[in-house]
Design a binder for this molecule. Structure first.
Ligand code: NAD
Length: 479
């Protein structure tokens, strides 16, 4: 079994208590790696190290070009260690290696490069004033950033937080999810190798409540909290942040709606709909898990979906042909299974899909569920797609918006006016038209309602990870 540690102040170490936990490969059911359980002691030490590095160390004082050079070196090392990083996530949480290596590693490296470049070149506002003064804005690093991450895109979502925080001159304490801890330690090892000074990027392992997660988010010496995870956890973390008046960014759950109009390019809509809900076995906050299809094409569309779902290769995530692996853990499998088992009782019909050994749920397509079924309203976070016919544009907009979540929606239509008109009326953070999951890192990312608070990405990340300071200068002599 491999052993991983916390990384605090540039050193990899175990917990003072010597308490540990193991990560179980969800496909084999075997433990494969061991991690220390961090608590208040380790969090205190990591926050103190990050504070020292911020207050006294070179990182916030470097030129942006110097930081950029080091972060680029870090990104190069991430790519050089693609296999190791990808296998770590795949063993921890069962994601097919084609996705961890083909998508998550390159996007992790891209996040570091993008934010390093963005911080180095983004101009700040200068405001000429009529009074003979001018004002300008300085974006000062905020300080110590606490980052708490989920298990579904481990390294990629960690980098989405750590990269902008570092690029803007902050120091970081990261608490990775207990179901996917390995890649965080590997990232921190690579950061040291890339030349990040000690204390700039720290990792503390552990759980949420009464453990490292809670200790970190309640810590009074933290200047920003960035969290991605469940909406219920987001509420707890928002309350912890409120006690210290710490600014917090929350990227939470979703129930992505996918709308296919009768004027859609059907081949394109089928291909993206399948990808939207079955990528990473549906364990995606953005998953297009509720699909609304115009009634005139509903039956044909369902038949096409079923054929595509049944053609997917399900099995060992370490095999390069595999498209759907196991769910991330037994606990999570049991949750998804309870939704699967209650489909018929809720009025639905399973057109394709089944439960297999090895924590696998085969791609499942369900029709006939009423709008108020839990499967249509709650985040299942598994490969279960509900399909519902709709009649008019107004009806489907109302249905999509009738959700506690508002992270994203997809719409498929070849009618340009309709696409813009509908996109404008959906209460979500991102609308994809005729596609899914395509990202421009400059664009705002986040959700409304139970899907989160705040936006990250490009200058939105700058607003969160810095303290904008106004400087007002007199140019002319006072009269
Ligand atoms: P989770 O909320 O259970 O855990 C996320 C992290 O929070 C873990 O590191 C956990 O240890 C920590 N945590 C749990 N309780 C805590 C507490 N009381 N205090 C401090 N930390 C605590 O979420 P998960 O199951 O790991 O991830 C899946 C969820 O994440 C889904 O709801 C999914 O939609 C959401 N998600 C959202 C986005 C987005 O960008 N909006 C992206 C990916 C995942």
């Amino acid at each position: 079994m491999e052993t991983f540690g916390h990384v605090i102040d540039g050193r990899e170490e175990q917990s003072e208590s010597a308490e540990s936990f193991t990560s179980i490969d969800p496909y084999t059911g075997e433990p494969w790696a061991q991690f220390p359980v961090g608590g208040a002691t380790e969090v205190d030490r990591a926050v103190a190290a990050a504070r020292r590095a911020f207050a006294e160390g070179p990182w916030p004082r470097m030129t942006r070009a110097e930081r950029k050079r080091i972060i680029h070196r870090f990104a190069d090392l991430i790519e050089a260690h693609a296999e190791e990083l990808a296998l770590a996530d795949t063993r921890d949480m069962g994601k097919p290696v084609t996705q961890s290596k083909g998508n998550d590693v390159p996007r992790t490296a891209d996040n570091f490069r993008f934010f390093a470049d963005h911080a180095a070149i983004t101009p700040a506002e200068t405001l000429p004033m009529d009074s003979g003064h001018h004002a300008y804005t300085r974006y000062e690093p905020a300080g110590v950033v606490a980052a708490v991450a989920p298990w579904n895109f481990p390294m990629m979502l960690e980098s989405w937080k750590v990269a902008p925080a570092l690029a803007w001159g902050n120091t970081v304490v990261l608490k990775p999810a207990e179901d996917s801890p390995a890649s965080a330690t590997i990232l921190a090892r690579l950061a040291i190798e890339a030349g990040l000074p000690p204390g700039v990027f720290n990792v503390v392992h552990g759980f949420g409540p009464d453990s490292a997660g809670e200790a970190l988010t309640r810590h009074p010496d933290v200047d920003r909290i960035t969290f991605t995870g469940e909406s219920t956890t987001g509420r707890v973390i928002a309350a912890a942040a409120a006690a210290n008046l710490t600014p917090v960014s929350l990227e939470l759950g979703g129930k992505g709606a996918n709308v296919v109009f009768d004027d859609a390019d059907i081949d394109n809509a089928v291909a993206w709909s399948i990808r939207a809900v079955f990528t990473n076995a549906g364990q995606v906050c953005l998953a297009g898990s509720r699909l609304y299809v115009h009634q005139s094409i509903h039956d044909e569309f369902v038949a096409r979906l079923v054929a595509a779902a049944e053609a997917m290769v399900v099995g060992d995530p370490k095999e390069p042909v595999t498209q759907i692996g196991p769910l991330s853990s037994k606990t999570h499998y049991d949750k998804v299974r309870s939704y699967f088992d209650s489909i018929e009782e809720a009025g639905g019909k399973i057109v394709t899909g089944s439960l297999d050994d090895g924590l696998i749920v085969r791609p499942t397509v369900v029709i006939g569920l009423p709008a108020d079924a839990p499967h249509q309203r709650e985040e299942i976070f598994g490969p279960i797609l509900t399909v519902t016919p709709f009649d008019t544009e107004a009806d489907v907009i109302r249905t999509v918006n009738d959700s506690p979540y508002g992270l994203n929606a997809m719409l498929f239509s070849e009618n340009l006016s309709r696409a813009h008109r509908v996109a404008a009326q959906l209460n979500v953070g991102t609308v994809w038209v005729n596609c899914f999951f395509i990202r421009d890192l400059r664009a705002p990312f986040g959700g409304v309602g139970d899907s989160g608070v705040g936006r990250e990405g490009g200058s939105f990340s700058r607003e969160f990870f810095t303290e904008p300071k106004a400087v007002v200068m007199q140019i002319d002599q006072a009269p």
